[in-house]
Design a protein around this ligand. Structure first.
Ligand code: GUN
Length: 279
């Protein structure tokens, strides 16, 4: 029988725990979220992050800028938040408009306030195996894998996708957990063959049901980071869920799998930044 990894329930356990820890601080953690433009998906994510932050008793600020905002304007907002003593965690929602350099904006965030783990300092520390702030989605996936009860040591894992947000840090974390990791991406020649031999499959492709259920190795653990809205309104992941669930030993649903864990880990990162800053 497949184990459905309930990210919603696990995230609720994390946030309950964080609420208790937060009440013991001398001042609440502060999270600032910067949203540039009107991308509907980003608006939904940002709203959700704000709701959870407020539920936890965090100080929460959302800064909305128009899609036409210049890079200099965005950098000025980041500078202001870097200097704001009530703010412990800063998140600039991605993607940014095309005329803005994501790298320059990320690198303007003070590393000690990096809630997303996207600055060069955070990602460099992770790649050296001495992580401080880990990107929220890969961190949430590691917690879900722990929840699955699988012992990662020595397993063959595939990460499909090589973004700085998910794929790359995900592969590093799995490698640091002693998996043998293959990173597959849009230029990979035979993703099916790699998936067929993998005991852990993390799909972060952004293409609906890209991973066919029949590719899944019997007993594999399947983590679906995808979130795709189909023309008929259905929300599906990057994995063909039903046939994959018949072969997997554990699988994350969409929605209710990885998504809620990403938000819980953002709160975790903000809390930890607050503790570090409060000494
Ligand atoms: N866009 C998609 N996922 C994320 C995330 O985890 N953080 C930020 N800042 N932007 C995103």
């Amino acid at each position: 029988m497949v184990k459905v990894l309930d990210g919603k329930a696990l995230a609720a356990r994390y946030t309950d725990q964080l609420r208790g820890l937060t009440s013991a601080l001398s001042r609440p953690p502060g999270l600032a979220v910067v949203l540039v433009g009107e991308d509907p998906a980003s608006q939904v994510y940002v709203r959700r992050k704000g709701q959870v932050a407020e539920k936890l008793g965090f100080v929460h600020r959302q800064i909305d800028l128009p899609a036409s905002a210049s890079e200099a304007e965005i950098l000025a907002v980041v500078d202001q938040l870097n200097g704001d003593s009530t703010i412990d965690g800063i998140l600039v929602q991605l993607p940014l408009p095309k005329h803005v350099s994501t790298i320059r904006v990320m690198d303007r965030i003070a590393p000690e306030k990096d809630a997303d783990g996207f600055t060069a300092v955070s990602s460099g520390k992770l790649s050296q195996g001495r992580p401080e702030t880990i990107a929220c989605t890969p961190l949430g996936v590691m917690k879900l894998l722990e929840e699955s009860g699988v012992k990662l040591d020595g397993l063959d894992a595939v990460v499909i996708g090589r973004s700085n947000i998910v794929g790359r840090p995900m592969a590093q974390l799995l490698e640091q957990a002693n998996c043998t990791v293959t990173v597959a991406h849009s230029r990979s020649r035979n993703i099916e063959a790699v998936v067929r031999r993998s005991e852990v499959v993390v799909a972060a492709v952004g293409r609906p049901e890209f991973v066919r259920g029949e590719w899944i190795r019997e007993g594999a653990v399947v983590i679906d980071v995808g979130m795709n809205r189909l023309a008929d309104g259905r929300l599906v992941g990057d994995v063909e869920y039903e046939p994959a669930a018949q072969r997997a030993s554990a699988i994350t649903p969409v929605p209710g799998g990885v998504g809620p864990m990403t938000i819980a880990m953002l709160m975790n990162n903000t809390y930890e930044a607050a503790v570090r800053r409060q000494g």
